[in-house]
Design a protein around this ligand. Structure first.
Ligand code: AMP
Length: 216
């Protein structure tokens, strides 16, 4: 399976991509995660990205297209994957098609996980994430708390709140989502790839809806 997960920030893309990748033995490729690693390690791409991420803006297309192109250029490129949070603009969607075509790969489906804006603001303000690169688990103080407050269930790392999850920044990210990412819907609909999932249900139910949407 080669999929793209689309949806507003906090819709559950990352959580669902992680769960489905474990099930399908596919690689989870999240540009947000890749950028956070670059920012933490202070690479040139990370320094460039930080200026945009902290304001709730998208980083330039070239930066994320290069990250994805680099991943697929490696000999161990994945045959099965979920792209989580990429593409996010029309130029990225076109670049994504070009990168995949270079290795005779194409997408099997694009899933939109929809959640209304007011629910997104509630969710993101209570979100805590595991900063460990190989883990990336996320929690919510009320709807999905860790067993021990502030500690990741999966790996025991201290959880953190992302700086771009601050209330003002979430609203900026939602605006950017509606303006720059929603135009991808007609693009993928025209290719017959688009599927819809209601992301307001609880995590396991969204997972079921998702698997049925992709015929798994
Ligand atoms: P995420 O973890 O997917 O919510 O991404 C966090 C932030 O990283 C976003 O708000 C953007 O600033 C940046 N980002 C992640 N993916 C992309 C992308 N495909 N294009 C541009 N910026 C991105």
């Amino acid at each position: 399976m080669r999929l793209v997960f689309l949806g507003p920030p906090g819709c559950g893309k990352g959580t669902q991509a992680k769960l489905l990748c474990q099930k399908l033995e596919a690689e989870h490729i999240g540009t947000g995660d890749l950028l956070r690693v670059s920012m933490r390690t202070g690479t040139p791409a990370g320094i460039e990205a930080a200026r945009h991420v902290d304001q709730g803006n998208l980083v330039p297309d070239q930066v994320v297209n290069d990250l994805i192109a680099e991943r697929f250029a490696r000999a161990d490129r994945p045959a099965r994957f979920i792209l989580d949070g990429y593409p996010r603009t029309l130029p990225q969607a076109m670049a994504c098609d070009t990168i995949l075509a270079k290795y005779n790969l194409s997408l099997d489906g694009v899933v939109l996980i929809s959640v209304p804006d007011r629910e997104i603001v509630r969710r993101v303000s209570g979100r805590w994430s595991c900063p460990l690169a190989g883990c990336k688990a996320t929690y919510h103080v009320i709807s999905n708390p860790p067993r021990l407050t502030g500690i990741c269930d999966d790996c025991g790392t201290h959880l953190v709140q992302r700086s771009d999850d601050a209330p003002g920044t979430v609203e900026a990210r939602l605006l950017v989502y509606h303006r720059d990412t929603e135009p991808l819907l007609p693009y993928y609909r025209a290719k017959g790839l688009l599927r819809f999932v209601d992301g307001t249900e609880e995590i396991s139910q969204v997972g079921k809806l998702l698997r049925s949407a992709i015929g798994e």
